[in-house]
Design a protein around this ligand. Structure first.
Ligand code: COA
Length: 159
């Protein structure tokens, strides 16, 4: 069985992330969406909230499951028996950073392959921080996120 990891902080999951996960699910037998604790990023949503939102947003995809993690990506991949990491590549500005992460992951475990899926034009400039900013200013994020995330953001910024 070919198992892939799609890792990220998902603070929160956007339609761009969902597009990558959906495409990855068509390429392998099983996709595990790995939700990183990423404490340095001081996420808006807790790890539990982020994991739960990814679970809701991917519930319609039968070969996708969601797991939180708080360790090296290569270690988590080994534990799960995943042999591929799939990431989205948006604008050229992503390249340098992704290039560095991929190189380090290869250094840590050369057997773990990294694949990049180009984002379609409508998601090229989408990011979780843009979504958080719009929601914090009470703008409508409907076109950028799944409905469960829109509701969660509305609740978060009503607090
Ligand atoms: N669509 C929309 N947005 C996307 C996107 C896509 N396809 N791909 C990335 N993004 C955005 C995210 O929304 C986020 O936006 P923001 O920072 O403006 O909020 C940004 O790109 C960064 O994404 P993030 O999910 O934080 O991922 P990352 O590329 O920084 O990496 C991990 C996160 C979990 C993969 C990485 O930190 C990791 O591997 N951590 C484990 C520890 C480890 O192994 N470290 C060594 C690796 S070198």
């Amino acid at each position: 069985m070919k198992r892939a990891l799609t890792p990220g902080t998902f603070d929160p999951i956007t339609s761009g992330h969902l597009d990558v996960i959906t495409r990855a699910a068509q390429l392998v037998d099983e996709v595990v969406v790995a939700v990183a604790a990423s404490p340095k990023k001081r996420p808006l949503f807790t790890l539990e909230e982020r994991t739960d939102l990814v679970r809701q947003a991917t519930a319609h995809l039968p070969n996708v499951r969601v797991e939180p993690f708080d360790e090296l990506l290569v270690t988590f991949a080994e534990k799960l028996g995943a042999t591929v990491v799939v990431k989205g590549l948006r604008a050229i500005t992503d390249f340098e950073y992704e290039f560095q992460m991929t190189a380090i992951n290869y250094q840590l475990n050369s057997a773990l392959e990294t694949l990049f899926i180009m984002s379609p034009p409508q998601y090229m400039y989408l990011s979780s921080s843009v979504v958080r900013e719009i929601a914090s200013l009470h703008g409508d994020v409907e076109q950028f996120v799944p409905p469960c995330v829109r509701d969660a953001l509305a609740r978060k910024f009503a607090e």
